[in-house]
Design a protein. Structure first.
Length: 167
């Protein structure tokens, strides 16, 4: 048999036995989870660049699929998400108490998201601000801590600052 004939035979065999092959493959993976995990780890360790490139390419081609799977995971693992976010914000380096705009924007987004995009004083959903409970100028180490924030509408935010004498 020539290479072409072998390839044609393999293709025909696969087409004729596709269901059987998939079932056997699934059963093998189910019965050999640890072995497969170890094989996958070894492969990823030996082919880091290839895996990274493939992952990046897949993410670009499947943006919606990736977005929905990340959302599903986040909904199932809210505690883990909060831990990750907390670690991220706590580990940000504050250079001379100067917090980057990007970090503050991310913090603000997380505060509003946590509070369901609703003012926590008047329940408004218009013109929302993320307010630092302990001011970032007086307490820079708390500036990016999620528990140091609350969502307020513009009017309540101004009122809060007026009460504290910040205006």
């Amino acid at each position: 048999m020539t290479k072409e004939e072998k390839a044609e035979y393999a293709k025909e065999y696969y087409e004729a036995n596709k269901v059987k092959i998939k079932l056997r493959s699934k059963e093998y993976r189910r019965n050999n989870k640890e072995k497969k995990a170890l094989q996958d780890k070894i492969y990823r360790d030996n082919n880091k660049e290839k895996v990274a490139s493939h992952s990046k390419q897949w993410a670009l081609e499947n943006k919606e699929k990736r977005k929905t799977s990340v959302k599903k995971w986040a909904l199932k693992n809210k505690d883990k998400v909060m831990q990750i976010q907390k670690r991220y914000y706590e580990n940000l380096e504050l250079k001379n108490s100067d917090i980057s705009k990007r970090a503050l924007k991310a913090w603000s987004f997380q505060i509003k998201k946590r509070d369901n995009y609703t003012c926590q004083m008047c329940c408004s959903t218009e013109k929302l601000h993320a307010h630092h409970i302990f001011s970032k100028s007086k307490h820079p180490t708390l500036a990016l801590i999620l528990n140091n924030g609350i969502t307020l509408c513009e009017a309540c935010h101004m009122e809060e600052h007026a009460l504290n004498g910040d205006i």
